[in-house]
Design a protein around this ligand. Structure first.
Ligand code: GCB
Length: 612
């Protein structure tokens, strides 16, 4: 699979051309496009479609919004003749959930997985100095063998719609940027950086892969642009004296330049913007640059009105402004890898990102929010042989692509390898072991790894906690469990469970990666009832009182930053309403409660010392 981890850059040797804008678009419900020659002859009856965007919410009819099956994007692209001696690639930052790329009717590449980039090499099919027809056949169907998992519901007239095993809308299409890249045939293919600290200095171990054998030069420029260290060779170590470290909410950024040279001739040049920091779990703390942190932030979604999951820099910016206003310092990329631009923004803003692979739905259910809390019973999804083979293979590939793409980001401080898997059966253990060990093997920085534990696999039921370097809990005691007038029971249930964890995992830090209540902005009631803003406040107060009882709870990320779209059903009112903000990014009362709390809690916080 042709995945393309390196972020596109323009340098003295590289060019990129933005292919965002209006593309041709057509549904292909009978999957006849390939045979009918759409890739070569053109889409027979296309409409305009903006890229990037999810296609779903631009339509005014239900059939189109819910469309589930094959669909095509196409456009003409002019390829300059002076690129003849280069590699010319089409780079898709994502194509949800799978795509096959054709140029002038020639099939060039296919990619599976809707949230990581891939490239199609055009050279063998291209007409130089001329217009070329690019067609992309896509498909958004989910099964139990895809990451994320889902199913299909068939209506009486045969129409198929998505039945996702997760609680967000199955937004689809070319949802991120598309670019054409021209790079030298001998080029930098991959760079890995690992920072360690030596007094005031940072030591940066580097490893470079190129597609040739010419000399490699690596240099690191400090935030002011002066060369701080440089070295020759494909692997080595740079010493940065008096390093300006990347810290939580106080980031400093260096630029790493990687050059391939042939004597005086520059063969290739690529750069990346990086932060120097360490991250580790020690005892019951998470340390950044050796100092314990307290994580405050949210589980989020890439979701906004009309754009759906389409990359939108304005919404992203607003979300970062909301996070900063709240005193947050972190977020989880629930439930899939986010656009690369979001990670660069998090690097620049100094956010601790828990980077999640799209492994959501490993729990046999089409409404996981409801079944997730029901007691574990009988056979689990991991007892299914196809899960252990095909789904595992897709999952491992998703981990490969995630780590390859994000391994040099300073903001990425931990990996989330599953969201709410059904780890109640022993059959889950070998599967999870493979995922955890692949991640460790691939990540040069050996970042902490974890997964979110689901209520149904509470303390004592989950069989995989030994694999996690720290534990992440998603808990809804006071919402799905003992809501409304029973909130004090919910408090006790949570406290009892925490005591149990204390016994079972006495050496691990814990954090809450989901807790929250659906709340309709503007619904008020005294005394509170579920769905009112007052109940959301009450629920959060109870949760925080419990978190504060345990010095090994080192982070809190409520669910969710904003309300977001889901599939329809009796549990959802035009989507999930657990946001601290509405879908159009305006605060509910709880946003002020969180802001008051978080602006009092420092980013670097030794909770154990405080409670001694
Ligand atoms: C969860 C899931 C999340 C749902 C949330 C909810 O446990 O991880 O995707 O949206 O619960 O609101 O039910």
């Amino acid at each position: 699979m042709p995945f393309a981890s390196q972020y596109p850059r323009i340098t003295r040797t590289r060019r990129t051309e933005d292919l965002c804008g209006t593309w041709d678009f057509q549904f292909d419900p009978k999957a006849e496009g390939v045979e009918a020659g759409w890739a070569k002859n053109g889409l027979p009856d296309p409409i305009d479609m903006p890229v990037p965007a999810s296609f779903n919410d631009v339509f005014t009819d239900k059939w189109s919004r819910e469309y589930y099956g094959d669909f095509w994007y196409a456009r003409r692209v002019f390829v300059p003749g002076e690129w003849r001696d280069r590699n010319v690639d089409l780079r898709f930052d994502s194509a949800t959930h799978r795509a096959t790329v054709y140029v002038n009717g020639v099939e060039l590449a296919s990619h599976e997985g809707g949230f990581t980039p891939f490239a199609a090499r055009m050279n063998d099919a291209v007409r130089w100095d001329d217009w070329n027809y690019v067609a992309v056949r896509m498909n958004n169907v989910l099964t139990e063998q895809t990451i994320p998992l889902g199913g299909t519901a068939t209506m009486r007239d045969g129409t198929k719609i998505a039945a996702p095993y997760f609680d967000f809308f199955n937004y689809s299409g070319l949802q991120r940027k598309v670019r054409m890249l021209a790079t030298p045939t001998e080029r930098v293919e991959d760079v890995s950086l690992v920072t360690s600290l030596d007094g005031a200095d940072a030591l940066v171990d580097f490893r470079v892969e190129t597609s040739g054998s010419h000399q490699v030069e690596v240099s690191l420029c400090d935030p002011d642009g002066s060369v701080a260290a440089s070295a020759i060779g494909k692997a080595g170590q740079l010493r940065v004296r008096d390093a300006r470290l990347w810290n939580l909410r106080a980031p400093e950024l260096y630029t790493v330049w990687v050059r391939v040279t042939d004597g005086e001739r520059l063969v290739d040049e690529w750069y990346d913007v990086v932060g120097l920091r360490t991250v580790e779990v020690r005892g019951r703390q998470i340390l950044v640059n050796g100092k314990p942190v307290y994580l405050k932030g949210f589980g989020r979604h890439e979701d906004s009105p009309i754009h759906g999951r389409g990359f939108d820099p304005v919404v992203n910016k607003r979300d970062f402004e909301l996070l900063k206003w709240m005193g947050a310092n972190s977020f989880r990329t629930s439930h899939y890898p986010y656009a690369e631009e979001q990670l660069y923004e998090a690097d620049r803003e100094g956010f601790f990102v828990i980077d999640e692979v799209a492994a959501v739905g490993l729990l046999r259910s089409t409404k996981n929010f409801a079944d997730a809390v029901a007691g574990a019973t009988g056979e689990t999804i991991f007892d299914d042989p196809r899960i252990q083979t095909e789904t595992l293979a897709a999952h491992l590939q998703a981990v490969r692509e995630l780590v390859a793409r994000d391994k040099n980001h300073a903001c990425v401080c931990a990996w989330s390898l599953f969201n709410e898997p059904d780890f109640s059966s022993q059959a889950a253990v070998p599967y999870a072991e493979k995922v955890f060990s692949l991640c460790r093997e691939l990540d040069p920085q050996r970042r902490p790894r974890s997964y979110t534990n689901v209520t149904r696999c509470r303390a004592g039921i989950d069989k995989c906690t030994h694999l996690a370097d720290f534990m992440m809990l998603n808990r809804y005691d006071g919402w799905y469990v003992c809501g409304g007038p029973r909130i004090e029971d919910a408090r006790q249930i949570l406290i009892d469970e925490m005591h149990k964890w204390e016994e079972l995992e006495p050496d691990k830090p814990f954090m809450f990666t989901e807790y929250g209540t659906d709340t309709m902005a503007g619904v008020h009631k005294l005394p509170s009832v579920m769905w009112s803003e007052e109940y959301q406040l009450e629920f959060f107060r109870v949760q925080h009182e419990v978190f504060d009882m345990f010095d090994w709870v080192v982070g809190e990320q409520p669910w969710n930053l904003c309300d977001f779209q889901t599939t329809e059903g009796i549990m959802r009112v035009d989507g999930n309403k657990k946001g601290a903000f509405t879908r159009d990014r305006q605060p509910k009362a709880v946003a002020f409660l969180l802001r008051d709390r978080w602006t009092q809690i420092p980013d670097y916080r030794d909770k154990q010392a405080e409670q001694r």
